[in-house]
Design a protein around this ligand. Structure first.
Ligand code: GLU
Length: 478
């Protein structure tokens, strides 16, 4: 039986080993986070290794994208990024050693040939056809000779003991016919060289783990300690389907660009497979670091619930001081994220509105839409809201006209504006809530937003009245 007990004594060394085939997936970010948390709480080292050996599927900007996203999340590596592609010489040395030890054999079978031969076979995959053919290694794919007997046991910190009978593992390819090593080999060689003590990664990689252990035993000797493994549960969408690039918003960049806070995303990602012993869901990072235990990670699939993430983000925004909210909203208050010209922005006006906005947005990306009416020369009228608010055109004309007249006279304060609007509403026989709808759309362009009377106070008398007059003109009142 191969597969020694988990090693990992001394100072833990963990790695996050993404293949740069696009953006940073939220599932990968969760893997990076769990590695980082484990390193932080154990005084260990968090290594970033870019597994970029598949030249056709790798692009430099994707590496930058991953590094930037990790940086934005605050998951900064202690070592790296190392490039797997720069370690080709070490991979070749390992191939030589495996070959010399008789652990590999050359194979020239095509996929079609294997399929034809193995149709209906009980054992899946390759049938060992080339095992004893003694082909030269040059120009051929190299396969690992999996022992016929025995079982490889993975001691997984999340899933417990997982047994893989060798009879069910095919002689897997470790080197392609062009001499390029496959993922499983490069990954093991790098883990050995980087003295990785704990391999924490997605559950999709569990099937490759017995292969890794078989390679490990030949390269390091059957009794050498192997890393401890922790395979993290898959992330699924609301239909319990595995999160997919095509179907679901899975790129960390998407959340960054929508204005989620990195600390809220990190908090939410921590809950995907782990929970606080007290069941709390809004947890400061220090507390997560202190409480997180790999052993407590759950093995059932974790639902990546965007609605819940939204809620967590809103909680973070609400608990900020007004000053930090203003500071964090900064990038969203200037072009290109804000729709107004930079010179139109008035920080004093924004600071007055900020506490009202802070309570009403869930992500920072919603901030411009709450205050654009202040900084655009004219509000952009949402036509559907306008149509809805002016369905009863006669009442809308009466309210807008009455309010415009009253606003010319009254003191310019929210409570006064409220009082005169209520009086106008009463005079046209409408409840304030309904009566103020055309006023809100006329002034802000929308039917929802921060409280109307405070918004009017900050906007100022002249601009408010001009917008009410423009709305009356739209309704045909000169
Ligand atoms: N490079 C592999 C991947 O992105 C991960 C390898 C690992 O964590 O062991 O799927």
């Amino acid at each position: 039986m191969t597969g020694a007990a988990p090693g990992g004594q001394g100072c833990p060394r963990v790695r996050f080993a993404p293949s740069p085939t696009g953006f940073l997936h939220v599932g990968s970010a969760r893997t990076a986070l769990f590695n980082w948390l484990f390193a932080r709480q154990s005084g260990g080292t968090f290594v970033l290794r870019i597994e970029d050996t598949d030249a056709e599927r790798n692009r430099e900007e994707w590496v930058t994208g991953i590094v930037d996203s990790l940086d934005w999340l605050g998951l900064v590596p202690d070592e790296g990024p190392y490039r797997q592609s720069e370690r080709a010489a070490r991979h070749q040395e390992a191939i030589d050693r495996l070959w010399d030890a008789g652990a590999l054999y050359a194979c020239d079978c095509t996929r079609e040939e294997v399929e034809r031969r193995t149709k209906g076979h009980a054992k899946p995959g390759y049938d060992g056809f080339c095992r004893e053919r003694g082909l030269d290694r040059r120009g051929h794919a190299l396969r690992f000779r999996v022992p016929d007997e025995g079982t490889t046991v993975v001691h997984d910190l999340v899933r417990g003991e997982v047994r893989f009978p060798h009879a069910a593992i095919e002689d897997f390819v470790v080197v392609k016919s062009n001499g390029q090593p496959l993922f499983v080999l490069a990954n093991v060689v790098d883990d050995i060289d980087m003295a990785i003590t704990h391999v924490i990664r997605g559950e999709d990689l569990l099937p490759s783990t017995p292969k890794a252990l078989l390679l490990w035993a030949v390269l390091q000797g059957p009794d050498a300690p192997v890393p401890a493994f922790a395979h993290l549960p898959m992330l699924v969408n609301e239909k319990r389907q595995k999160l997919s690039k095509r179907r679901d918003p899975v790129a960390v960049e998407v959340y960054r660009d929508e204005g989620y806070l990195p600390e809220a995303l990190v908090n939410y990602l921590a809950l995907l497979g782990w929970s606080h012993p007290d069941g709390r869901e809004i947890i400061e990072l220090d507390e997560i670091v202190a409480r997180f235990r790999l052993e407590d990670v759950n093995h059932s699939p974790a639902f990546f619930d965007v609605t819940k993430l939204h809620h967590v983000d809103a909680e973070y925004l609400r608990s900020m001081t007004p000053e930090s909210f203003i500071e964090r909203a900064g990038p969203w208050l200037a072009p290109p994220l804000a729709p107004w010209p930079a010179e139109n922005f008035d920080p004093v006006a924004f600071a007055r509105m900020a506490p009202l906005v802070q309570e009403r947005v869930s992500v920072l990306g919603e901030v411009p839409g709450m205050v654009d009416f202040l900084f655009l020369d004219q509000p952009v009228i949402d036509e559907r809201s306008w149509a809805e608010a002016t369905k009863d055109a006669e009442a809308a004309v009466a309210v807008l006209g009455g309010v415009a007249a009253a606003f010319r006279e009254c003191p310019w304060q929210a409570d006064e504006l409220h009082a005169v609007t209520s009086a106008v509403a009463e005079s046209v026989g409408k409840k304030l809530g309904r009566a103020q709808a055309p006023v809100r759309v006329a002034v802000t362009g929308r039917s929802v937003g921060p409280p109307l009377f405070e918004s009017l106070e900050v906007l100022g008398r002249e601009r408010a009245i001009a917008r009410l007059d423009a709305a009356l003109a739209r309704l045909g009142v000169a």
